[in-house]
Design a protein around this ligand. Sequence first.
Ligand SMILES: NC(=O)c1ccc[n+]([C@@H]2O[C@H](COP(=O)([O-])OP(=O)(O)OC[C@H]3O[C@@H](n4cnc5c(N)ncnc54)[C@H](O)[C@@H]3O)[C@@H](O)[C@H]2O)c1
Ligand SMILES: N[C@@H](CCO)C(=O)O
Ligand code: NA
Length: 823
Amino acid sequence: MIVLKFGGTSVGSVESIKQVINIIEQHRQEDTTFAVVLSAMSGVTNQLIEIGRMATNGNPDYLDLVRRIEDRHFNVIKALIPVKEQSKVVANIRGVINELEDLLRGVSLIRELTPRTLDLIMSFGERLSTAIVTECIKSRGIPAVFCDARQLIKTDTQFGQAEVNYTLTNQLIQDFFARNTSLQTGGIPLITGFIGSTEKNETTTLGRGGSDYTASIIGAALNAERIDIWTDVDGMMTADPRKVPNAFNIPSITYAEAMELSHFGAKVIYPPSLQPAFARNIPIQVLNTFNPTHTGTMVSRTAERRQYTITGISSIDDIALVNVQGSGMIGVAGVSAKLFGVLAANRISVILISQASSEHSICFAIDPRAAQQVKDILDTEFSVEMSHGHIDNISIERDLSIIATVGEGMKKSSGIAGKLFSVLGKNGVNIVAVAQGSSEINISVVINKNNLSKALNAIHNVFFQSEARILNLYLVGTGLIGSTLLRQICAQYEFLRSEKLLRVCLVGVSNTKKMLLDPKGVSLDDWRERLLTEGVTTSLPAFVEQIKYYNLPNSVFIDCTSDKDIVQFYELLLDANISVVTPNKVANSGSFAEYRRLQKTALNRGVKFLYETNVGAGLPIINTLQGLMTSGDRFLKIEAILSGTLSYIFNNFRSGTSFAAIVREAKEKGYTEPDPREDLSGMDVARKILILAREAGFPLEPDDVTIKNLLPEACTAAPTIPAFFQELENNNDYFESLLADAGSRNEKLRYVATLENEKVTIELRSVGPEHPFYMLSGSDNIVSFTTERYKDRPLVVKGPGAGAEVTASGVFADVVSIGSYLA
Ligand SMILES: NC(=O)c1ccc[n+]([C@@H]2O[C@H](COP(=O)([O-])OP(=O)(O)OC[C@H]3O[C@@H](n4cnc5c(N)ncnc54)[C@H](O)[C@@H]3O)[C@@H](O)[C@H]2O)c1
Ligand SMILES: N[C@@H](CCO)C(=O)O
Ligand code: NA
């Protein structure tokens, strides 16, 4: 025997009732015996409560609502029962509605709605829906038997939430099923959910989860093989899909897990109402009436082998936390008894409790609507302790949420709390309180409400491993480096997803004219088109505000500009737990205090600030230096060629060619700064050596860097880029003379930056064939680190140090390393 229960949406419309009938017909063909339990049509129970309230207030409009309910039921009859059989059914249903109207007339006269009367009013929902579906089935030639559960389920007189008398109920159900002749001859019982009656035959209702409860009671009494709960979703999911778009179906779950998850709002089923079935070890299959081939979720004593350590995540979105603390609580027995005793006496439900072993404080979570009441009660109850200073003021914190991670797989498995706390930490979600029961199948954390969605998604992402972790990107600057970066990421998208388990999502993109933000992601191959057509006028403050507003997990901000104003936002972003990656050197080459502040902020927030491409583009220079520093090496000297542009120029400038033309070539090849004067003036190199010095532990300021100017005065003074190029042309002889001078000694021109004895110098030198900097080509950079450990022979990094592809790939590597860190 199987019990099938159909919820309100399953019997909510003509179309859905057709589905229900199909499912019932299929079961008939399968030759198993079964009983059916039905809810009221969706929304009807609430309407009946409203009708009751209106009648009590003497509001005659209740009759309109009754008509609406009546019409809805009549429509089903018209649609699903052959015309010649309709009048009999309509008359029958009208009879039931008349009974309801008589009752309501009484209520509106007496102007009083007792819980007992309300239960009777509510019972009409199930009585109507079940009567009609029974008739629909009968009209198809299938024997069906309408069963009013008030004759089967006997309860006490707690109207609204009646307690079942199981001894009596089980007997009645068993007798009914054994003796009813129609059932004996293959009739299908259709039973009203939600309702029962007292020994005096007064109608009662079973409270929350009502029809599930009915199915469970019937199933338990008949020792059913299974109970199928037909609803409107594909079973239980790993999280609420409205909050976590990546949530997916849980194929199998234990009773205990289902209890834990549902307590926290996964409302597909209400497990306490399934207790009678659980007690008899009857499995419960949750299925979707509207997608009947989906296998849904099986709830049973033991779950199948699992792929994941946790089973699901759920939350209570709004709670308040009450904190009771004081020195008078330490080692004093009975404080918590008194505390929770008084809460119980006032019918305050406590959602979560946490007490540290110091016994100095107890905090507990409650419905925020009860917060003020709780404070008043406790202030009164503990007034003596408070006046003696044994207990401090009772404080209430609001706007909090609870997240519960649930799963039998967490039992005796270490590292789960660590993983949970770490992912929250990396995303800047502060944990206000924690609780874990010794059953070890639920770890609950209390967090600020505004972080709820971010936290749920981040936790889901990290625990359901086979799914790629999302990395949310915001890019500012779509020039050479920015656009090359997006092209590279686009080309590697699938690789990142399958091999690195990273799913890159470009959430925001901006150039100087337009910006576009879309939390669903901007496709990496048509961002340019969308930015053009959907973008709004760029405003950096608005862009940053929006990033903070989205509050998405695993977020990275990428600055691919050379803008000076943008860096003021870095601290704000890091502070909001958003990692920053940039090839822009401005932030790290300003004041030392600013440099330190950014490092500290990132450290404190547990996010990353990465800028490998600040020096030598994609060459591993900063990472190498940081590695040496971390392992305790000390820097004695750094000598380097740090300008790809100048390297290219001196590697290609020949006597008789135009110096300006070579500079133009460097610009066209993408080596120069957006403004090439930065390269030629030595400014770009100054920034880089300053950054290296700082990374090597020397707290230098920009003024500490001495640049021996390479350019004639007229070039330096040129007010615009075209004027600058003109001056380069005008001064060609000067550059020729530098070249000739070096050539006369068989040497080459090199623009060398040196850090030694805490001093930085930058100068144009000429070096001979014996010098390690002699053999360079193209845009090569070379950095030579002399340290305590690399003293006799320096550690050298050499290779192309400018250009779109190598720079973008360096930025890309930084972004991916953040992805791996966050994941
Ligand atoms: N080109 C290289 O080889 C190389 C190597 C290492 C580092 N870098 C650094 O990379 C950065 C980008 O260089 P690039 O070669 O791509 O320059 P680029 O001029 O091609 O691109 C920069 C883009 O940023 C935009 N921009 C500037 N301010 C902006 C703002 N406030 N909001 C939005 N967009 C803004 C500009 O309009 C431009 O499109 C620079 O900081 C540069 O120093 C470049
Ligand atoms: N303009 C820079 C790019 C690398 O930072 C150079 O020429 O080295
Ligand atoms: Na680098």
